[in-house]
Design a protein around this ligand. Structure first.
Ligand code: AMP
Ligand code: FE
Ligand code: FE
Ligand code: ZN
Length: 287
């Protein structure tokens, strides 16, 4: 049996691996296919396409969009999106501006608490268009302003802690439509981590294509539960480790192995979406 990992982050968002490192490690572990799903970004996809080609792996483009529905946060994975789709790039760029603004606001809050961090230090460390709280936490640790990443979140950055600033989220319906118009398929990420089961029927009405049943933080009971839901609603099944590299202790790559037949079903559905031909051309052209 061959396997895939369809939920991965690189240093183009809050992961620590480069695309080349991630692809090489994936090949070492025997994976056949990988998808890159950086938060609110497709910046690393072209580099990941080349790295996977070099490592002999199949690559699926992706992103993980931060969204909300009825006041609940949820993450939507977009698979097979054309990473040069103009509207996707425009809306992602706007999202990234808001993320950068949020960093400035969190740093201003820290400064009011007499923590002398500069926003520029966070941007230099993040070195990507989609910075987030983990970069603030790393900057605090690097500058000796916090003893550990956990401490940075506990003291300052967790929801309702003094430096926390709420995050902008797309409406889930909008995110699904954005993914579709870029030729991709929309999949609900790690449903077991969000209390969003009740939203599934309305998201299906909005065009949701699949559900991430296998995830490093899903118990086997949760996985079974979501496999049943996928069957009941005729949704695609996906899965991945959500590896962020070294940023959260031991790398998660290799802890979730999605059986390859699920990738074949995903590819089959992608092949019938109207923009599939353009997407394939773009990925090949970028190699
Ligand atoms: P952001 O997108 O800026 O809100 O940051 C979200 C990222 O921070 C996700 O990748 C989370 O896994 C990570 N994160 C959230 N809470 C914590 C925590 N308590 N400790 C470490 N990382 C966290
Ligand atoms: Fe993350
Ligand atoms: Fe997520
Ligand atoms: Zn993720």
């Amino acid at each position: 049996m061959t396997f895939a990992d369809l939920h991965l982050h690189t240093y183009y968002s809050d992961g620590t691996y480069s695309p080349a490192e991630l692809a090489a490690r994936g090949a070492q572990l025997g994976f056949a296919a990988m998808a890159l799903t950086d938060h609110d970004s497709v910046e690393g996809c072209e580099a990941m396409a080349s790295a996977c080609a070099a490592a002999g792996l199949e690559f699926i483009t992706g992103t993980e969009l931060t969204a909300e529905q009825d006041g609940h946060e949820l993450h939507l994975l977009g698979y097979g999106v054309d990473v040069r789709n103009p509207r996707l790039l425009t809306e992602i760029a706007q999202f990234q501006d808001v993320r950068q603004d949020r960093i400035r606001r969190m740093v201003a809050r820290l400064n009011r608490l007499d923590v002398p961090l500069r926003a520029e230090a966070v941007f230099e460390l993040a070195n990507c268009r989609s910075p987030g709280r983990p970069h603030v936490a790393r900057a605090l640790v690097n500058q000796g302003l916090c003893p550990s990443l956990d401490a940075a979140f506990e003291r300052f950055l967790k929801k309702n802690r003094p430096a926390w600033v709420p995050k902008f989220k797309l409406s889930a319906v909008h995110a699904i439509e954005l993914i579709h118009q870029a030729g991709g398929l929309a999949v609900m990420a790690h449903p077991g981590l969000n209390r969003t089961d009740a939203l599934i029927p309305s998201l299906i009405e909005a065009g949701l294509d699949g559900i991430e049943c296998f995830h490093s933080r899903h118990s086997s009971t949760k996985t079974e539960h979501y496999l049943c839901l996928a069957e009941q609603y005729d949704l695609l099944v996906t899965g991945g480790s959500d590896c962020h590299g070294q940023s959260k202790g031991k790398p998660l790559l290799g802890t979730v192995k999605l059986p390859y037949p699920y990738v074949q079903l995903l590819n089959a559905r992608m092949a019938v979406t109207p923009d599939a031909a353009d997407r394939a051309v773009n990925v090949v052209a970028s190699r």
